[in-house]
Design a protein around this ligand. Structure first.
Ligand SMILES: *Cc1c(COP(=O)(O)O)cnc(C)c1O
Length: 579
């Protein structure tokens, strides 16, 4: 290594997210994953999305811009209220922002109208911590005003506690939030889908089983990243605390006197250190090439229990290593677990290299698509795709194209094609083991012959579903109807659905029946845009192992090509971004 480095273990972040999402789900709570401690890292956002968060949230517009620029299509929340001057950028980048000022809301309304968008707003209520929020007595008046603003949708209310005055979330204050939400629904007739009950500090209530019913959303950062305090005991014990490791190289390794010598005065930070407590014995001191410019030394815990941090100046970190034996020498690296503050600082420091680790076998990056025509005899759908220019379009996004039967190899992405639809087609598709299944289909014909663990299957785009059938399968949370999608949007529903299908598995197979799209038989289905957005979201989760398309014919080859390209990362419409 050449300098300081932070290792970011994406699998551990995904694991933590999954665990917290599952605990929250038991209480009817969905989770926004907060990326601000990683400066809006897209890789971390993807890991959280694979773990099942429904939105990614960050306090800064620049971080949201980074997420969008890097292809995160999931809903984004801006946590810190924007200034009125940032309204345009907020509307362009965030789906939802947390707000407390009518002046800003009115600027957001203008910006939303100008951009032809609807911007979601969560009205923050102060519950005693005296950071952001309108006072409870004012909430209805504010909400009425928000409702009168065109271009703005009042999505919910929320609260933030414990951040500035240490006022904890309690049954009382969160009950009050639920009560206010109820009043708003009753008096103003709004749906108010989000009642956001805080951050990591709300987890002790959750673990104690005391979260007031009606709180249906939390915004979690520190618990996902570090299981940081006040993550309660049971969750703390099961969460992984080693997702981040900071390391720095040894630039000096010497035995020196235990106490400094010479005329004593102030240090470089204006303090007068005292060494009266320090044993007057020679000790081994390591100097590491990292300092206060990069981290807060008080926020670091050496991974090796034989090491102790002595102190740091701007560019040097001193470590007591008398007990460490021969493990360290000039140039070797010393590892630390950062706390939240040190994590923030290290992620922000341009001098600390960011190194992303992911043990989970990455999905083939071979960037060769292998077409398998699963129908016997002509007309060949694969040939139709080729004659519609698939090879050239793929080449433009850096992918090759081969004929599956002849040239497929281990590192290609298999694409199975057929006129037949699910579940008839299912048997012809050799889905690799260790894959969750996402099936885009209008009918709930699961297919008895499809031998797959029910918990690893999600069906998307269903219509004409009999209620009993739904009740049974909804219990396993695996059906997304067109109505669900109308109500909540594919971008919000799909990431957690994929996370559900992947439970315990590293990859997914996607099956897409053409009939799931609108316009085939006059019945409402997924729009063209929704289908593409779904493919883009699956691409961005980077978990696709194989894919099959059913019910397409030569006439629909152009549409199929478009879907395939979205699945490989081509954007139909880039999110507007002024950054
Ligand atoms: C930072 C932040 C969070 C996340 O808090 P954690 O303690 O990291 O879970 C949630 N909400 C708001 C408004 C925030 O600013």
């Amino acid at each position: 290594m050449t300098g300081a480095r932070i290792d970011i273990d994406l699998d551990r972040i995904e694991y933590n997210t999954r665990l917290l999402v599952a605990s929250c789900a038991e209480a009817g709570i969905s989770v926004a994953g907060v990326s601000k401690s990683t400066c809006g890292s897209p890789a971390v956002a993807r890991a959280m999305l694979r773990g099942g968060v429904v939105q990614v949230a960050d306090a800064r517009l620049d971080n949201l811009a980074r997420l969008r620029r890097n292809g995160i299509a999931a809903p984004l929340i801006l946590l810190r209220s924007p200034t009125p001057a940032e309204a345009e950028r907020t509307v362009a980048l965030a789906d939802i922002s947390l707000n407390t000022e009518l002046g800003t809301l009115s600027a957001l309304s203008h910006a939303a109208q100008a951009q032809g968008r609807r911007h979601g707003v969560v009205l923050m209520v102060d519950l005693g911590d005296l950071r952001e929020g309108v006072l409870p007595a004012e909430v209805l008046r504010y909400a009425e005003q928000v409702l009168s603003l065109p271009g703005i949708t009042l999505q919910g209310i929320g609260a933030n506690l414990a951040c500035i005055s240490g006022i904890q979330p309690t049954v009382d204050n969160l009950d009050n939030l639920v009560y206010l939400a109820g009043e708003m629904r009753r008096r103003l007739g709004v749906a108010l889908p989000i009642v956001s009950g805080g951050n990591t500090f709300s987890l002790p209530l959750l673990e104690a089983g005391k979260m007031p019913a009606g709180i249906n959303h939390l915004r979690l950062g520190a618990s996902i990243m570090l299981a940081a305090s006040p993550t309660p005991p049971r969750l703390y014990a099961s969460l992984d605390r080693q997702a981040f490791t900071l390391s720095a190289p040894v630039i000096e390794d010497k035995i020196k006197p235990g106490r400094p010598y010479g005329l004593s005065g102030e240090d470089s930070f204006g303090r007068r250190p005292s060494f009266d407590e320090v044993a007057d014995q020679p000790s081994r001191r390591l100097i590491l090439a990292i300092g206060r410019e990069d981290i807060d030394p008080d926020g670091l815990q050496p991974v090796d229990p034989n090491l102790d941090i002595l102190g740091a100046s701007s560019d040097h970190l001193l470590v007591e290593a008398s007990a460490a034996g021969t493990d360290y020498h000039l140039g070797s690296e010393v590892a630390f677990t950062p706390d939240y503050g040190a994590l923030l600082a290290a992620m922000t420091s341009p001098y600390v290299e960011k190194c992303y680790l992911q043990a989970r076998q990455a999905v083939p990056r071979a960037e060769v698509l292998a077409l398998f025509d699963s129908d016997l005899g002509p007309p060949s759908l694969a040939a139709a795709l080729r004659s519609e220019g698939l090879a050239a379009a793929l080449a433009a996004v850096g992918w090759g194209l081969v004929d599956g039967a002849a040239d497929a190899h281990e590192r290609s992405l298999p694409v199975y094609l057929s006129h037949r639809i699910w579940p008839d087609f299912a048997l012809a598709v050799p889905v690799a083991p260790a894959c969750g299944l996402i099936i885009f289909t209008p009918t709930a014909r699961y297919g008895d012959a499809v031998d797959w663990p029910a918990e690893n299957v999600v069906m998307v785009g269903l219509r004409d579903l009999f209620l009993t059938e739904r009740d049974e399968q909804v219990a396993a949370r695996q059906l997304l109807t067109v109505e669900d999608i109308d109500r909540h949007g594919i971008a919000r529903l799909l990431p957690p659905a994929v996370a559900q299908a992947m439970h315990g598995l590293p990859h997914i197979h996607v099956h897409f029946d053409r009939a799931v799209m609108a316009g085939q038989d006059m019945a409402a289905g997924l729009t063209y845009r929704e289908a593409h957005l779904a493919m883009e979201i699956i691409h961005e989760l980077a978990v696709l192992r194989s894919v099959s398309f059913g019910g397409f014919d030569a006439g629909s080859a152009p549409a199929l090509n478009g879907l395939l390209l979205s699945l490989l990362g081509r954007k139909v419409a880039k999110p507007a971004s002024r950054s």
